[in-house]
Design a protein around this ligand. Sequence first.
Ligand code: COA
Length: 215
Amino acid sequence: MPYSRGTVEDEAVHAKYHKAVVRGITYTSYKNEMMLKQFPEDNSRIMMLAYNQSNQFEKRKILQILDVIDTELNSVELSEQKLDQCKIYLYVTDKKRVEGCVIAEPITQAYRISREDKDGMQVEKMQIGTSNNGSAVFCFTKPIQAVCGINRIWVSRPNRRKGIATKLINIVREKFIYGCVLKPSDLAFSQPTGDGQAFASHYTGTMEFLVYDEN
Ligand SMILES: CC(C)(COP(=O)(O)OP(=O)(O)OC[C@H]1O[C@@H](n2cnc3c(N)ncnc32)[C@H](O)[C@@H]1OP(=O)(O)O)[C@@H](O)C(=O)NCCC(=O)NCCS
């Protein structure tokens, strides 16, 4: 995580982030958790918590996890109102560590990314995301129907490129809507970072995947 040494605020944020990276985020069992899948190959599992059905203790844990993610992504924290609509998917190891997380929310529309080189300047486009965290992308202004928004996706740094995000998103597609398996194209990504764009284009099979503005 980049930071400027000497700035009190930056030092504090960095210290908090460093602590979370070194110690990891611990996971204890929760009353309202739902175990969705186990992976015997590494004794890990994917758990789901719905924020609006969580008790105060569970909510605090979710906020603690989100704090680590938002610190790394330089994102503004999600409001309680927004979180109430979200499902939280956690990748938990046998050491009771949260090594991956997806926050998914219901959405109705999203926008298709437009690649400058391919589409030229003739078509009207808009920017989603900001350039300060590298999440700026251009997309067509015509809304497209979408059902599931990936508001946050994060995997702990030492565990990246091991398929954890893929496992999490596979489960989201299977379980987000009861009795219906979503297609990769039913998903939209909120303001994807460079890593997020690399992952999403690989997962959906297109660099013109759907994005949406979470606000
Ligand atoms: C984006 C992120 C969640 C991906 O998690 P992950 O567990 O490493 O992803 P996976 O291992 O399932 O990746 C599947 C494929 O996506 C592509 N991919 C994923 N991350 C990539 C990267 N940083 N660069 C290039 N390709 C990447 C690769 O094709 C990869 O397959 P491969 O490793 O066999 O080549 C992770 O990099 C992360 O947490 N980044 C920081 C937070 C962030 O930026 N989140 C995105 C917000 S939109």
